[in-house]
Design a protein around this ligand. Sequence first.
Ligand code: HEM
Length: 396
Amino acid sequence: MKSKKKPNSTGSSPAPDSACDWDPLSEEVLRDQLLAHDQMRERCPVAYSDKMGWSVFRHDDVLQVLQDPSTFSSVVSDHPSVPNGFDPPRHTEYRRIIEPLFTAQKVHEFEPTCRRIAESVLKDIAGRQEIEFVCEFAERFAVRAQCAFLGWPEGLEAPLLQWLSRSQRATLSGDRAVLSDVADEFSKLVAERIVASQSPDNQGDGLTVLKLQTVTGSPLSQEEIVSLVRNLTVGEVATLSASLAIVVYELATSPEVQKRVRSQMDDLPYAIEETLRKHGPLLTNRRRTTCPVKLGDRHIDAGERITVMWPAANRDARIFDNPNDFQWDRPQDDNLLYGKGLHICPGAGLARLELLVALKALLNGTQWLKLNRDKAPRLASYPASGFATMPIVMER
Ligand code: HEM
């Protein structure tokens, strides 16, 4: 796993012992990221690589990053993304705009629509015993639910899914020109269609609401709106669909868990949180140091890239006993599934509802879920987590 490459000289030079501790994109790592990141957490908990800068694997080091935004800034790129690529005070202003979109009341009101969407996805696969769960259920549900919640046109489903897969390939390539093309593509393909779909009788949708917002006295620019829309619409579709596949895998491979949630649906919310703790659906988020800092046993200079490794932190045995086991009644306070600190996920309530509704519908529509013995699931790899494909058998 150790790379022979020397660190590049972006920003100040890393500590002398840090000459590429690992290669996050090596075949060995990509084959099973959870395992590889677990091994890194124990071998080299704050590890340098050209690709990610300083990757932070341990729970307490991750907390240090999340809880000190003045040292670990979120301004990581020349094209900051709204709201996650900003620090206070501007970040606070953006959160003021975003949080009212996701109140408990709004999430609650969305439940019936969400249920209809889950039923419509199940209808698309009615009568089928075998499906490829990721593309035939998880992605379809996630994109339909996100578009419906935010009031975007239904016709966006297919272009959004295609854009998402191009965007993931661009992130993997790390090529700035390709990334910028993909971002432009989003503005053209999606934002223009959303704008075009506006009509006088369509006053209440998400975009109209955003257009009325101001940040430090000025209306949001077109660029800010596109960035925010991108994050709210597609940014989380991948995480949500990864989450669905991860939970269904757990149910299909742990008969005791599946049996219990089928007989006591009230236990399903806990089962979702615990499953997603031990197999995180979101792999990384980034920060940049604003001053020299000690993280773990590494001394890191100002201007260095930091990468938070969510799944590794949530599988740290220093915090969670037997972290790779699903345990009923494990305290979830330290679960970093939805983050912590200033950037904690504003969509957590919505995500919880969507996961619960989709999984309930799936369980109610089937007698039993199991893996397809003839077709093994394939793990996803960076920048995605979860499964690339997961053929399942649905006993009706
Ligand atoms: C299972 C699904 C989801 C998971 C696991 C998840 C997880 C996270 C995490 C860990 C962060 C913190 C990132 C950081 O500290 O850098 C975050 C931020 C964010 N999430 Fe989620 N999320 C999910 C679903 C959603 C949904 C459905 C939405 C909205 C529709 C959403 C919108 C956001 C936004 C806008 C941010 C940036 C917040 C900020 O920077 O202040 N997320 N999410």
